[in-house]
Design a protein around this ligand. Structure first.
Ligand code: APR
Ligand code: ZN
Ligand code: ZN
Length: 367
């Protein structure tokens, strides 16, 4: 069948909207008609060449839609089901899956991370040859074939153009706080970077009743959104000293938890510097290839300050996505605060440009 998709052809180039051929789902695969797709900085990393990826590649990995067809052997969803896409189509059998950590699944490293299905091929093509699907979720398209575990069923009355955000930003940000860190009521939390993922971390901190939720960004609009989502204080890093303000707010020792949600050397080092003895900095933002940070190991051994990583909010998509949808439907996760505008697939390059200008909020592509 024909699909309309936004294709990455090479570093620094605009995505090109074009018609592609999509094969039917094979065994263990699901065809989804996409309703909406969020634009995430991880797509932009590819466009900017900060992460190596070979084109042609349909970008987008934060989508939601309706199942149209399932391949042989798929039993967990059927045509008509509403699904949120997950970019860790876990195998369920490897050591990491068995330990409840599907975000680290071995099969995902060789399939989704290589933009190919379980058999090593892609379902997308055009006259010139194969086209790949980013993280096998390639959601800047009106239809996509994904591995079965990449389609997570959610309740049908949830608006797809909002719950699409759960597939990356919300799972990653909320999960970093509630799964990876397991922040406790009354803890103090610093969140550096308030894009879609960082604002979701703010929501997660509010959800678990962190006492102090300090949000940092360069953009006042992003900080206003953070306040609306429960931040108790905001710092504009362009105008104020983040260390000075944090110490003023919580005392010289710093915070219990600092979440870095950008992926820059400077902000990673600041986040680590601002956790108290026994506290933990969590690396959520994904850096450009080649970024290195410098830390004083004495602060680890002597002050017991930890630095940990969080991929996809350490989430289990099949368990967590329906719960996050439920929280949205009950008014406990204000996904609307994350959204700055809506557009069609033809607006995709403008959405990246807005991200490049550090405009606040996420663009939702509606198919
Ligand atoms: N200090 C403070 N805030 C900054 C700085 C800085 N030096 N540089 C950028 N920011 C802010 C931007 O203003 C923006 O609000 O960080 C935010 C980043 O948000 P987005 O670009 O929307 O990124 P997002 O999609 O949230 O992803 C964040 O997580 O999953 C990864 O690959 C993703 O590395 C990216 C990160
Ligand atoms: Zn993402
Ligand atoms: Zn696995």
């Amino acid at each position: 069948m024909k699909v309309t998709a936004a294709v990455f052809e090479g570093v620094g180039q605009d995505l090109v909207v074009q018609e592609l051929e999509l094969e039917e789902p094979k065994a263990g695969e699901v065809l989804v008609r996409l309703a909406a797709s969020g634009v995430c900085h991880s797509d932009y990393h590819v466009v900017k060449g900060e992460w190596a990826a070979t084109g042609p590649l349909v970008l987008g990995h934060e989508g939601a839609g309706v199942v149209e067809q399932v391949g042989p052997g798929v039993t967990h969803v059927e045509a008509g089901d509403h699904v949120v896409l997950s970019w860790v189509p876990y195998c369920g059998r490897c050591e990491y899956c068995l330990a409840g950590r599907p975000g680290l699944c071995q099969q995902v490293q060789q399939t989704a991370y290589e933009n190919v299905m379980a058999d090593g091929t892609s379902r997308l093509s055009r006259a010139e040859g194969t086209v790949y699907s980013y993280l096998t979720a390639g959601s800047f398209a009106d239809r996509v074939v994904v591995p079965a575990t990449g389609a997570v069923r959610v309740r049908k009355d949830a608006p797809l153009d909002r719950v699409a955000l759960i597939g990356c930003a919300v799972a990653t940000g909320v999960g970093a706080v509630t799964n990876t860190a397991n922040v406790r009521p009354g803890d103090s939390v610093l969140i550096v970077g308030c894009g879609g993922v960082g604002l979701s971390a703010v929501m997660g901190a509010a959800l678990v009743s962190a006492a102090e939720i300090i949000a940092v960004d360069l953009n006042d609009d992003a900080l206003d959104r953070a306040t609306a989502l429960g931040a108790t204080a905001t710092i504009n890093a362009g105008r104020e000293s983040v260390p000075d303000r944090v110490r003023e707010l919580v005392g010289e020792d710093g915070v219990d938890w600092a979440f870095e949600v950008i992926g820059l050397k400077e902000t990673l080092e600041t986040a680590y510097a601002l956790v108290k003895p026994g506290g933990t900095a969590v690396v959520v933002g994904q850096s450009a290839e080649g970024v290195r940070i410098e830390l004083d190991p004495m602060l680890m051994s002597d002050r017991e300050k930890s630095l940990i990583g969080s991929n996809y909010g350490s989430c289990h998509p099949a368990r967590d996505f329906p719960r996050l949808v439920e929280l949205y439907m009950k008014g406990k996760l204000d996904l609307d605060q994350l959204i700055s505008g809506r557009g069609t697939i033809h607006d995709i390059n403008d959405a990246f440009a807005a991200m490049g200008r550090r405009e606040a909020g996420r663009t939702i592509i509606v198919h």
